[in-house]
Design a protein around this ligand. Structure first.
Ligand SMILES: Cc1cc2nc3c(=O)[nH]c(=O)nc-3n(C[C@H](O)[C@H](O)[C@H](O)COP(=O)(O)OP(=O)(O)OC[C@H]3O[C@@H](n4cnc5c(N)ncnc54)[C@H](O)[C@@H]3O)c2cc1C
Length: 492
């Protein structure tokens, strides 16, 4: 029986643990934080329960396929979201609901975007073709070197080449005449941790994923149900968990890892090691690889840092739905500096999630839990977050005005997390919430690999290795990592 140590209990680590436990491996998961889940975590205080970060699932079929692969009954119940979300535009009486049905969407934007259903249908058809032509090649494959990557890329039909020479904003601007629809169709760039002006148009495939392919899903009981369910199954299969243990050293004998050591000096040995901590910064900070030294890490493109506020509110808020976006009028100017500014945004754009719209038990009776996520510069650009109260006040005031409900008067519980907190809690590099970005220079074989360059029994899984970040991606990544391991080792 192979002994496996997994460093980190994010979704990538847990999914890989289950794949290996299902094959009979003896798995130990070692986690820096006090509880499992990584970014897919949970906080509870003063009678309120919040998911720490992720608030929806896309490509839900990946979870189903994952449980089937592991021979385990899917313990999760998902609920489809339609409208997908609602948007408040500055200066327009809102909100606008983003329906999956394009005729209904056209009705919602009547007087703003003529022939919307036709235009969106045409846009999504093209994005859908791109999705189906590239997904099996680029997302669901391991790459065994650059030549292999190029050979796999050559299977993508050349008709998609124009996608490479446009950004998402240009692509949306070509399809829609109003700035509102251009914004709606380029919001997904923020899910990649960047802006539509810096994201290649290829990612319009995510518009197809949200509107037509599978949509967005809430998990019944909250997103943390995914972690609770996985940990329960893993424990039943004999997987061990160690918490509050940050791995600081990998002990090697020749080109093999033999142990990992935490900062208190505890040592764990195994036949195979898998790192679910960040695949780039772990190589630099723990393995001391030249290519990933701080100066080089800082030159890479990292996804937006989160500024998150968790509010316990004593009354129900009628104008908010499950997912809500609050956008201003200066989209391009805002996006141009938000990720590189030394200052907190003066008039922030932000996202609001209200889990209690679906789930009564996460707030005391009659109350509402409100989660606010504002994308901000990471710690490379803005180190000092002593202005966090001011930024939170700004956002709460703006939100109150736009939904016509005085939130400050109704707050009974409150927490704020800055990029510094996210870094300290979960080891996120420079507080980047979405890990390495997905520009053309950081995808496929150009992303940190899921097998170590020097240690033959050391692998990676998670947002900064292939295929990339986001919950479905790290689940796919766990399959790719397993495939790598199986190529190298007989597991049963
Ligand atoms: C605010 C926010 C909102 C998001 N919303 C969504 C969403 O709605 N939908 C979606 O699909 N995605 C969302 N994402 C992205 C998603 O959360 C991530 O892509 C995904 O959870 C990453 O999982 P992972 O396994 O790669 O890493 P992580 O979740 O980061 O897990 C890595 C684990 O390794 C541990 N670790 C790190 N270093 C060490 C060490 N040295 N020793 C031991 N343990 C260590 C960490 O503590 C952590 O538990 C969101 C992210 C953020 C920040």
């Amino acid at each position: 029986m192979k002994k496996v140590v997994i460093i980190g209990s994010g979704l990538g680590g847990l999914a890989t643990a289950l794949r290996l436990a299902a094959l009979g491996c003896q798995v130990t998961v070692i986690e820096k934080y006090s509880q499992p889940g990584g970014r897919l975590n949970q906080i509870r205080f003063d009678g309120f329960t919040f998911d720490l970060g992720p608030s929806f699932m896309s490509m839900s079929y990946e979870l189903k396929e994952f449980f089937a692969d592991c021979g385990v009954e899917n313990p999760l119940e998902l609920q489809e979201l339609d409208p997908l979300y609602q948007v408040f535009f500055e200066g327009r009486p809102g909100p606008y609901r983003i329906w999956k049905n394009l005729s209904r969407l056209e009705e919602e934007f009547k007087g703003i975007e003529p022939r919307l259903a036709f235009k969106a249908g045409r846009y999504l058809k093209r994005a859908g073709e791109f999705y189906h032509d590239t997904q099996p090649v680029v997302i669901k494959n391991n790459f065994y070197g650059y030549a292999d990557y190029l050979s796999k890329l050559s299977r993508v039909p050349v008709k998609h080449l124009p996608f490479l020479f446009q950004n998402m904003w240009q692509s949306a601007a070509g399809a829609f005449s109003s700035k509102e629809l251009r914004m709606v169709f380029s919001l997904v760039a923020f899910f990649l941790g960047t802006t539509p002006f810096r994201t290649p148009a290829i990612y319009s495939l995510l518009n197809y994923v949200e509107f037509q392919h599978d949509g967005y899903w809430a998990v019944k009981g909250g997103m943390y149900r995914i972690v609770e369910a996985l940990v329960k199954i893993l424990k039943e299969k004999g997987v061990d968990f160690v918490f509050d243990a940050e791995i600081k050293k990998v002990v090697a004998a020749g080109n093999k890892a033999v142990g990992v050591e935490d900062k208190k000096g505890n040592l764990w040995g195994a036949d195979i090691f898998i790192c679910n901590a960040d695949a780039a910064s772990f190589r630099g900070e723990v393995l001391r690889r030249v290519r990933y030294q701080p100066r080089r890490l800082d030159r890479m493109s990292w996804g937006m840092a989160p500024f998150t506020v968790y509010l316990g509110v004593k009354e129900k808020i009628k104008n908010l739905q499950y997912h809500n976006y609050f956008l201003g009028n200066n989209f391009q100017e805002y996006a141009g500096k938000i990720f590189t500014s030394k200052m907190s945004p003066e008039k922030p754009y932000y996202y609001v999630h209200v889990p209690s719209k679906f789930r009564e038990d996460c707030a005391p009776p009659g109350g509402e839990g409100v989660f606010i996520l504002c994308p901000v510069p990471d710690l490379r650009f803005k180190k000092d977050w002593s202005d966090k109260e001011e930024l939170a006040r700004h956002i709460i005031l703006d939100l109150s005005n736009r939904i016509n409900f005085d939130i400050s008067k109704n707050i009974i519980a409150r927490r704020i997390l800055t990029p510094r907190d996210w870094e300290e809690m979960l080891g996120l590099y420079q507080g980047s919430g979405l890990s390495l970005c997905h520009g053309l220079d950081q995808v496929g074989a150009l992303r940190p690999r899921n097998k170590d360059e020097q240690l033959e029994n050391f692998y990676y899984v998670g947002a900064s290795t292939i295929p990339g970040g986001g919950l479905p991606m790290v689940v796919i990544g766990s399959k790719l990592t397993l495939e790598r391991i199986q190529n190298d080792h007989a597991l049963s």
